[in-house]
Design a protein. Structure first.
Length: 415
C-alpha cells in the first residue's frame, strides 16, 4: 500500500489507513473516498503523508513526478556538496535517509522546472569604528535595548510564575497587546496545531494549548519583532527567519516523535539557535560577515572561524542574550551547545534536538542564517534521540507545511 505526500493526493483516491491527530483521535476513517474538502482539511491539520490504496484496490493513484536518472545524479551531487563537512559520516543511517531525501528533492525541482533560486547571502552595510567586545556577554551588553524583549512578555512571565495566577490572568496580560493576541490566535488556528474547530479567544487558546506552551509562542513572536526593527539594512532578515522558523518547526516535530511534552519549547529552541548571529551583526557587522566569507572560502565550519576572529561564537552570544532575558537554563543550554552537543559529559535531549534540527534545516536549504554548507554533525545526538530515519520525510514535509503558515504569521517574506 503506497504512502503518498499530500501534495500528490487528488480527489477520488481511497484512504488506505485511518488518519488521526497526534492525540490518536480519528480524523478520517480508512476507506474514505477523498474529496477536495478532505484534502483542504488535511492541509489545515498539518497531515503530510497518507496511505492510499493502490491500483490493485481499484483506486486511482496519481503517479509521482517522473525523475530521470541524470536528474537524480545531479541531485545527489548537490546534496553531497551540502554535506561536505560530514562526508566521513554519510554511511550512517541518518545521513543515508537525509541525503536521499535532499537528492530527490533537488531532482524533482529540476524535473518540474521549479528550481529554487540560491538563498540570498547575508549583506552588510558599511560601518565605521567597529568596537571589539572581549566576551560574548560584553557584546550583548553593548547592543543595549536593541536586544530587549517587549514589556508585555516580562509581565506575562511574572503572571505565569505567580502561584495564585490563573489562565484568565494570563489571557488578560496577552490581550493588552493587540498584535501579540492576533499572532497567537493565528498560530493556534494554523496547521501548526491542526485543531478541528476554530479558537476565537486567548482564554480558549490558553485552555487547550496550555499556559506554558502559549508563553513559548509569545516569546517566539516577540523575538522576531525585536530584531526585525533594526537589522533590515544589515542582514537579510527574511532568509534568516525562514531558516530559523523551519529549524524550529523541525525541532518541534522531532520532539513530537519522541512523545515529549511542551514541544513548543523545542520550537523556540530551534527558532533561537542562531539568534546570537543577529547580535554579532548588530555590534560588529563587518567582522561578522568576514567570518562567513572566510569559512566559505576555506571550507571550514563558521564556528571555528568565529572563535578565531572574536574569541567566542554566535552560540556563546546567543546563550548570553538568553541569560540577559532570564530565560530558563534549558533554552540557554540548547542554544549554547547546538553545534557541540558532546561538549558536556551527559547528552541532553533538548540539545540533541536543536543540533539535529539545525542539520536538517541546513540540508533542506529553506532560508539561510549564514552557513553555506551543513555544519559538522555529531551522529551520537541522533542516536540518543532513538528515532527512526524513515520518519525524516514526515518531519521535513510537516516542517515545510508549518513554515509557510508561520512565515505569514510572523511577517516573514518568503521571496
Amino acid at each position: 500500500m503506497p504512502r503518498m505526500s499530500r501534495r500528490d493526493v487528488t480527489a477520488g483516491m481511497v484512504l488506505g489507513r485511518d488518519v488521526t491527530n497526534p492525540r490518536g483521535q480519528l480524523l478520517i476513517p480508512e476507506g474514505t473516498v477523498l474529496t477536495e474538502k478532505h484534502i483542504s482539511a488535511l492541509q489545515l491539520w498539518g497531515i503530510t503523508l497518507l496511505h492510499i490504496r493502490g491500483p490493485e484496490d481499484d483506486a486511482s493513484v496519481k503517479p509521482a513526478v517522473p525523475v530521470s536518472k541524470e536528474a537524480l545524479e545531479r541531485g545527489k551531487e548537490r546534496a553531497t556538496a551540502i554535506f561536505l563537512l560530514n562526508r566521513d559520516q554519510l554511511p550512517h543511517p541518518f545521513f543515508e535517509a537525509l541525503l536521499s531525501h535532499v537528492a530527490n528533492r533537488f531532482a524533482r525541482e529540476e524535473m518540474t522546472q521549479r528550481k529554487e533560486e540560491a538563498p540570498v547571502p547575508v549583506e552588510v552595510v558599511s560601518v565605521v569604528g567597529e568596537p571589539r567586545a572581549r566576551t560574548a556577554a560584553e557584546m550583548v551588553k553593548a547592543v543595549g535595548t536593541l536586544g530587549s524583549l517587549p514589556m508585555v512578555y516580562h509581565e506575562l512571565i511574572q503572571v505565569v510564575n505567580h502561584p495564585l495566577s490563573s489562565a484568565t490572568d494570563v489571557a488578560n496580560v496577552i490581550s493588552k497587546d493587540v498584535g501579540l493576541t492576533a499572532r497567537l490566535l493565528r498560530i493556534v488556528n494554523s496547521a501548526f496545531y491542526g485543531f478541528p474547530g476554530r479558537v476565537e479567544t486567548v482564554s480558549r487558546a490558553t485552555t487547550i494549548v496550555g499556559t506554558n506552551e502559549l508563553c513559548e509562542l509569545a516569546l517566539a513572536t516577540s523575538v522576531t519583532s525585536v530584531f526585525d526593527r533594526s537589522l533590515r539594512g544589515v542582514v537579510n532578515m527574511s532568509q534568516f527567519w525562514l531558516h530559523s522558523l523551519f529549524c524550529g518547526s523541525v525541532a518541534r516535530m522531532l520532539g513530537k516523535f519522541r512523545g515529549g511534552a511542551n514541544t513548543e519549547r523545542c520550537f523556540v529552541m530551534g527558532l533561537l539557535h542562531d539568534v546570537g548571529r543577529l547580535v554579532m551583526f548588530s555590534e560588529a557587522p563587518r567582522r561578522a560577515r568576514a567570518t562567513l566569507d572566510t569559512a566559505a572560502e576555506s571550507g571550514r565550519p563558521v564556528c571555528d572561524v568565529e572563535k578565531e576572529m572574536f574569541g567566542f561564537t554566535h552560540a556563546d552570544v546567543g546563550e548570553a542574550l538568553l541569560k540577559s532575558w532570564n530565560l530558563p537554563s534549558s533554552h540557554r543550554e540548547a542554544v549554547r551547545r547546538h553545534h557541540g552537543p558532546l561538549s558536556s559529559r551527559d547528552l541532553n535531549v533538548d540539545v540533541c534536538i536543536a543540533h539535529v534540527a539545525e542539520m536538517i534545516a541546513n540540508a533542506v536549504c529553506i532560508g539561510r542564517s549564514g552557513d553555506r554548507a551543513a555544519p559538522p554533525m555529531f551522529v551520537e545526538a541522533w542516536d540518543h534521540l532513538n528515532l527512526n530515519p524513515d520518519d525524516l520525510q514526515t518531519v521535513i514535509e510537516e516542517g515545510e507545511t508549518h513554515v509557510r503558515d508561520l512565515a505569514s504569521i510572523f511577517g516573514v517574506d518568503e521571496s
